[in-house]
Design a protein around this ligand. Sequence first.
Ligand SMILES: Cc1cc2nc3c(=O)[nH]c(=O)nc-3n(C[C@H](O)[C@H](O)[C@H](O)COP(=O)(O)OP(=O)(O)OC[C@H]3O[C@@H](n4cnc5c(N)ncnc54)[C@H](O)[C@@H]3O)c2cc1C
Length: 485
Amino acid sequence: MARVPDSLRGQIVTPGDRRYAQLRSTYTRSASPAAVLLPKTTAQVVDALRYAREQRLPIAVRSGGHGLSGASSNNGGVVIDLSMLNRVQVIDERAGLVRVEAGARWANVAKALAPYGLVISSGDYGGVGVGGLATGGGVGWLVRAHGLTIDRVRAVEVVLADGTLVRADADHEPELFWLVRGAGAGAGIVVAFEIEAAEQRNVGVVQLVVEAHPDGRTVREWTSCLSQAPRELSAAAVVFAEGRSVLMSITAVVAAESLRRTRPAVEPLLAIGKVLEHRTDLLPYPTLVPTAHLNPNVGQQRGTTTNGLFTALDEAGARAVTRAVTGPGRATIQLRSLGGAVNDVASDATAYPHRHQDTLIVASVFAPQADAALNAAWRAAGARADGAYVNFESRPDPAAFARIYPGETGARVRRLWKRYDPDGVFRSALLTGQPDRAAQPNRAAQPSRAGQVDRAAQPSRAAQPSRSAQPSGSGQPHRRRRRPR
Ligand SMILES: Cc1cc2nc3c(=O)[nH]c(=O)nc-3n(C[C@H](O)[C@H](O)[C@H](O)COP(=O)(O)OP(=O)(O)OC[C@H]3O[C@@H](n4cnc5c(N)ncnc54)[C@H](O)[C@@H]3O)c2cc1C
């Protein structure tokens, strides 16, 4: 490796450095990059990118390292790790406007916003990074009440492949703003997001374990209940086999500040099957994305994950989803409610076009099971899906691209990725089918684009899910190990 620029001295980690072991890998994959760069400021991100390009090695961008495909590290290349770029600032308390840097984790965001009585609906796991989640979608615990995370993004600051720093919002660089909300991995390095948080301190949390009928009727009831529920209610359910039974571990979250308002919202869910466990709490929102999830990523959760979006799951679909748990391959299945505020947004308003579906279904198998098991388990259900979500896909390839960015959206994403990154510095494996980018002819940084310059330069399957519903990290793609509390 060439000598690192002065501005990054002490912020490059190479094999042999004691920090390397905790920085080389991601949550799902072990990796051996030649170097990890740790910029702390936007200017340092620009310098890191220029330096990385000059090395003519593959470049990976990492925020929280929880991407399922492992694309945020590589073998033999350079990783630009944003974990030190992690400030969370309330910039307009009245409007709930928050500036969040990409390397923050959602546990820290929730903790920082709690004193203001503000929340950003992100996901179900505190360790997930802002950068990956908020460029792909963000299906969180309050998704039906507040929409996807990207739906509340009001502006982004992006370092493009040529080193240009661009601020994009609805009025400035609207095409980049469109792209970054759904297809941001591949557009550039998003260093910060301005997000409109919602006023909320506590949430009603109902945890249920329900016996599910093997013919799929309970899964179908769950989806139909959620699609008709008030938008204050969002829910996730892990479907798993225990002995000869199929169980659903459900976590339902109500955007309400009292148990009095929580109970009626979840009432219909209590009737979908035989309830084996049931508990209701009013909890501060940060308990749903706890700091206990903040562990170093050392490839600890090897698995293969895919997903599909569904509208009004029919009988055959629900049967296929339930069979994915009990039949060949034996995947772990998670259902996530959509609809509500998600579907208020026009399908062409962002690069996440799926605005009519009401359920996301995620299927995972864990090492040593791999592709073949997942394919066997998911084939029948997957064939009935109507689109897919980029952030729950561990096998990025052109077929996945077509499911995630169908039709006009796909054509626009391709066009814009090419416009903002003509040399393919950040080229997505969704286009190439090759998650470990081979060394590309990464030409040195090009002159800045005119007109937008702020600054030029530039598991083994042994562990079955536990029966108890858990409010935090309830679902995929991490295995459930803990026993009921
Ligand atoms: C345990 C677990 C729970 C999850 N729960 C949810 C959930 O509830 N809801 C949900 O919607 N998703 C969930 N996900 C999926 C999650 O949204 C994605 O895995 C997301 O990409 C992770 O973001 P990250 O920053 O941690 O990932 P990283 O691995 O750092 O990055 C993932 C991808 O995004 C790119 N990227 C990262 N940062 C940037 C940036 N700043 N600018 C441009 N590109 C960037 C990377 O290059 C890589 O391609 C979960 C994942 C895990 C592992």
